[in-house]
Design a protein around this ligand. Structure first.
Ligand code: S3P
Length: 171
């Protein structure tokens, strides 16, 4: 399989790190939310609004199965909840991008498109609930991760360098 699977909480920078890894390696990147949106021909936000979260989780399950069967040598960035899929470890090496909740929110707020970044994520609408979700998930993220990268106050470029180095050692 040889895939790298990037996991981590919403807004931690999975997309930015994936783009940097692509620039500095021969990996091609795909993103599970993008795959779901193109499969459904509608945005994640719309899917949540029209069919609810459990329907979205079913879509993630189908995507995870499809990835396991069909994808190789690829960097796969995932939506923040995809790590729960039971076949996760069969898809590739699991790399967690880790950062404290407050640092993640600060990171989003600093972005020029902060409002859009917050708005497109149904589970970030209520920050109190989002924090509780973070607290619940963080030990689970750490449990499934093969490699952990602390991304706090690091640029995407620094993170991508660290990722490529750690993956090389791991292989
Ligand atoms: C989710 C994270 C989102 C997206 C959906 C649910 C989650 O992806 O899959 O809104 O459960 O954490 P990002 O992690 O890219 O924001």
């Amino acid at each position: 399989m040889n895939n790298i699977v990037l996991i981590g909480f919403m807004g931690v920078g999975k997309g930015s790190v994936a783009r940097e890894v692509v620039k500095n390696s021969s990996y091609i990147a795909i993103d599970t939310d993008d795959l779901i949106e193109s499969m459904e021909n509608r945005k994640i936000k719309k899917i949540f609004e029209e069919d609810g979260e459990s329907y979205f989780r079913e879509l993630e399950k189908n995507i995870a199965k499809w990835l396991e069967k069909n994808v190789q040598n690829t960097l796969i960035s995932t939506g923040g909840g995809l790590y729960k899929q039971e076949n996760l470890k069969k898809i590739g090496i699991i790399v967690l991008l880790d950062s404290p909740f407050d640092a993640i929110i600060e990171r989003i707020k600093k972005h020029p498109n902060a409002a859009r970044k917050l708005k497109k994520r149904p589970l970030l609408q209520d920050l109190k609930k989002a924090k509780a979700l973070y607290e619940e998930r963080r030990p689970e993220y750490l449990k499934v991760a093969d490699i952990v990268i602390d991304v706090t106050n690091k640029s995407a470029k620094e993170c991508s360098k660290e990722l490529l180095k750690k993956v090389k050692k791991y292989a």
